[in-house]
Design a protein around this ligand. Structure first.
Ligand code: ATP
Length: 363
């Protein structure tokens, strides 16, 4: 476990009558890459801004590095924010833009120039100092904004959708650059994003938020493999849902009857959000299912169905397969192999599945 840098306990925030943050509890470690992920309006920017000190909290405790932040103004907090819009001054040079971060610093001109050069070097813009900022590409502007924030050596860098203005290729490139940069400087990054893939790729841990609350807080793999609820599961990737009944909860195993799949036994780890008797929902990810080709044997469980839809992606194919007793067809993703012809709509098929891929979900 990392050393704790930020502690939020029972944080509430109201805008007038609107309850924007509800009982948010979390700790963020020193040097951690932490993401706040969620749909538009869930409160992730609000939470980031309360950490920055741009918004006051209504209730709760906020500590950074052991200090109570309640009465500490934004400019005295050990945090610095990189905005979505970058706020680059086009009429200034790259170096002047970065030096703007130091305007209240008492260092000598030479020392400042050295710090600017170092910060630019850090973000891969060494030698760009005298260029005019208006001639920069989106990715370069992003780096200038990062250099300007990093030059103050904050303990925490707050990033509000920093990559959303970039095109897909540049965004993917900058994701890798940001991870490298974060490892290199070793400070805590808190990223706000609504892009689940971005959060999975970049983060040590992710808090998924809905309506001002944290739905789940976990590392990317746990979040993907063991979502606690239907909501989290559908926000992070694709998942097939089944109605099911919990028949028995014994030590070390849960007995289920899953509509369309039949009886199943799973260990309690596969009910990460807890489990109760009676009606429930069970999820299974498309890539854990396999289309069986004619004559193909398996020791996994098998369900029969009919291909309802085929979506071909080149390297993969997504199949929707209708199975008896289930209204919504099952989605299966298959890697395309030369030895495996792509099935056609209307073909009968068998689908292999495994009990260990099931997750019991809260509604
Ligand atoms: P997005 O991805 O769209 O930026 P978000 O998750 O960051 O969404 P917030 O910006 O934190 O969401 O806003 C959360 C809720 O609080 C929204 O419903 C928003 O309308 C409301 N809100 C935000 N700022 C204010 C404000 N200054 N006054 C009133 N309501 C606000």
């Amino acid at each position: 476990m990392r050393e704790e840098l930020i502690t939020l306990r029972g944080i509430h925030k109201w805008y007038g009558d609107y309850h924007a943050l509800r009982e948010v509890d979390l700790t963020i470690g020193r040097g951690e890459f932490f993401s706040l992920l969620g749909p538009s309006g869930c409160g992730k920017t609000t939470l980031l801004r309360t950490i920055a000190g741009f918004e006051e909290i209504g209730e709760g405790v906020m500590l950074i590095d052991g200090k109570d932040m309640r009465r500490v103004p934004a400019n005295e907090r050990p945090t610095n924010m990189v905005f979505q819009s970058y706020a680059i001054f086009p009429h200034l040079s790259v170096a002047q833009n970065v030096a703007f971060g130091l305007r209240k610093d008492s260092r000598s001109k030479d020392e400042k120039a050295k710090a600017v050069a170092e910060a630019l070097e850090m973000v891969g813009l060494g030698g760009y100092g005298s260029r005019s900022a208006h001639a920069l590409s989106g990715g370069q502007r992003q780096r200038v904004a990062l250099a300007r924030a990093l030059i103050l050596k904050p303990k925490v860098l707050l990033l509000d959708e920093p990559l959303s203005a970039l095109d897909k290729n540049m965004r993917e490139h900058m994701q890798v650059e940001l991870i490298k940069l974060q490892r290199q400087v070793g400070i805590t990054f808190i990223l706000v994003t609504h892009d689940q893939e971005e959060a999975l790729v970049m983060s040590d841990r992710i808090a998924v938020m809905f309506e001002g609350q944290i739905g789940q807080l976990a590392d990317p793999e746990t979040l993907y493999r063991r979502p606690v609820s239907k909501r989290v599961a559908s926000f992070i990737g694709k998942m097939n849902f089944f109605s099911a009944k919990v028949l028995e909860v014994a030590e070390g195993s849960i007995q289920l009857d899953v509509v369309g799949l039949g009886a199943a036994t799973v260990p309690p780890e596969q009910a990460p959000g807890g489990c109760e008797f009676g009606e429930t929902i069970v999820g299974i990810r498309p890539e854990t299912l396999t289309i069986l080709y004619e004559g193909e044997q398996t020791d996994r469980r098998v369900v029969e169905g009919v291909v309802d839809e085929v979506v071909y992606y080149g390297d993969m194919t997504y199949y929707d397969v209708r199975i008896a007793g289930v209204e919504k067809p099952l989605t299966i993703s298959m890697k395309n192999l030369i030895s495996r012809p792509v099935l056609n709509v209307g073909e009968k098929t068998r689908v292999a599945w495994e009990e260990r891929a099931l997750v019991i979900l809260k509604d």
